[in-house]
Design a protein around this ligand. Sequence first.
Ligand code: IMP
Length: 184
Amino acid sequence: MPLKLENKVLQLNDKTFEIFIRKEKIQAEIASLAARLEQDYAGKEIVFIAVLNGAFMFAADLMKSFRAPCEITFVKVSSYQGMHSSGRVDEVIGLTTSVKDKHVVILEDIVDTGITMEKLFTLLSVEKPASLEIATLLFKPEAFKGTHTPTYIGFSIPDKFVVGYGLDYDELGRNTEHIYQLKG
Ligand code: IMP
């Protein structure tokens, strides 16, 4: 079935999702995150590290709004299968640039339990960056068990499964402009 981007309801395999955060709201929030980052890092160069796959849309749109000189690189961390966090984090793949003495901002699509971020934070701290902060589009405070609360949060949302705008359900649903929430 073709996927209509303006659909209020999204059917992915056995699950039905309803529209939750519209594209206009997402774009406005990203523009204000970019402005905050520009201000906070004025005179400093940021190395953004975007976490694939989920953060690809967030990273791309943030980069389009962020006007100061910066670097961006992409890593992959696998810790999630289906709808429940497995609580396991595999290795970080793809960090080829040195982050030593650099101002690093990790870009995540969503921080849920915080396990992925905790692991990534520890692994990157070893590289001795000048500073290390987390920017996430979505944050689930009720599910969070980590110690590093993201400094930059787009939307704090209830502990309910969401898809779209980069986020998937069994690898489906990443290709939408809105964010959808599991129905019921
Ligand atoms: P955490 O380690 O529990 O914080 O989970 C982080 C990862 O789990 C994210 O990068 C997502 O890939 C995935 N994840 C967590 N919650 C959701 C959700 O509601 N929808 C889709 N993916 C999610």
